[in-house]
Design a protein around this ligand. Structure first.
Ligand code: ADP
Ligand code: ADP
Length: 226
């Protein structure tokens, strides 16, 4: 079954910029794919269309719907390059926010936020404030917030680009372990060829704007997974 299916998708912004396509992309459930391509080729645009944050100008965007209890973001978790945490409240409350917006009761929301924080290695930081955390830890909080609704699909837009190399490598390994244990579909935008090959089962390379598929490479030369 497909998690995401884009067919002939284009995006022309209000200012006339043709950002994307036509783009055809089919992502099976559970696959971890990377999107690589020059700046401005439409990678973020593609993620926004998949997330339903912005409408396609033409073509079809199909995303398999979440069957679980909480449908926030239609079963999609989104991680941006900037963690965008609320500075005035605790790490736990930051992670609980999507559940709060989804009407989940406070006690359950807190328990689920704590479980999500534990899954990213931050069990001991639920009561901390964002300003007390390093860049890598803030990114972990952002990841926990994206996972707290148990989405089927995780969209990540250059999440680790601003981190130092060692922190980034640790996050790569932890993300890979999470993906193996949670079995989610991941679409990961990056400028790093290393990161794309290290993390994903499939690397999709886009052309310069308007972004189309230039190459679609299966990564099966690495050690077997899981
Ligand atoms: P990438 O993520 O590959 O760097 P983007 O999807 O961010 O590319 O942008 C693709 C193109 O569309 C760029 O030229 C960008 O300036 C333009 N663009 C992105 N968002 C908007 C918008 N909301 N309005 C107008 N132009 C936009
Ligand atoms: P619409 O196509 O319905 O007019 P857009 O796709 O233009 O909506 O806007 C999507 C989101 O991108 C909006 O939240 C907007 O604030 C944001 N945005 C606007 N301009 C840019 C830009 N140049 N680069 C990236 N994002 C932008």
């Amino acid at each position: 079954a497909l998690a995401v299916h884009l067919r002939g998708v284009t995006k022309v912004y209000d200012n006339g910029v043709m950002a994307l396509g036509p783009l055809d992309l089919a992502v099976p459930k559970g696959e971890f794919i990377s999107l690589l391509g020059p700046s401005g080729c439409g990678k973020s645009t593609a993620l926004r269309l998949i997330a339903g944050l912005s409408p396609a100008s033409s073509g079809a965007v199909r995303v398999s719907r979440h069957e679980g209890d909480v449908q926030i973001g239609h079963g999609i978790g989104f991680v941006f390059q900037e963690p965008t945490l609320m500075p005035w409240t605790s790490v736990r409350e930051n992670v609980r926010l999507p559940l709060k917006l989804g009407g989940i009761a406070k006690a359950e929301g807190r328990a689920r936020a704590d479980a999500a924080l534990a899954s990213v290695g931050l069990a001991d930081f639920a009561d901390a404030f964002p300003r007390e955390l390093s860049g890598g830890m803030k990114m972990r909080v952002s990841l926990a917030r994206a996972l707290v609704t148990d989405p089927d699909i995780l969209l990540m837009d250059e999440p680790f680009a601003a981190l130092d190399e060692i922190t980034r490598f640790r996050l790569n390994n932890d993300l890979l372990a999470l993906w193996r244990s949670l079995g989610k579909t991941v679409i990961f935008v990056t400028h790093s060829v290393f990161e794309s090959v290290y993390l994903s089962q499939r690397v999709v390379v886009m052309t310069a704007r308007p972004g189309r598929i230039q190459a679609d490479i299966r990564i099966d030369t690495v050690e077997p997974r899981g």
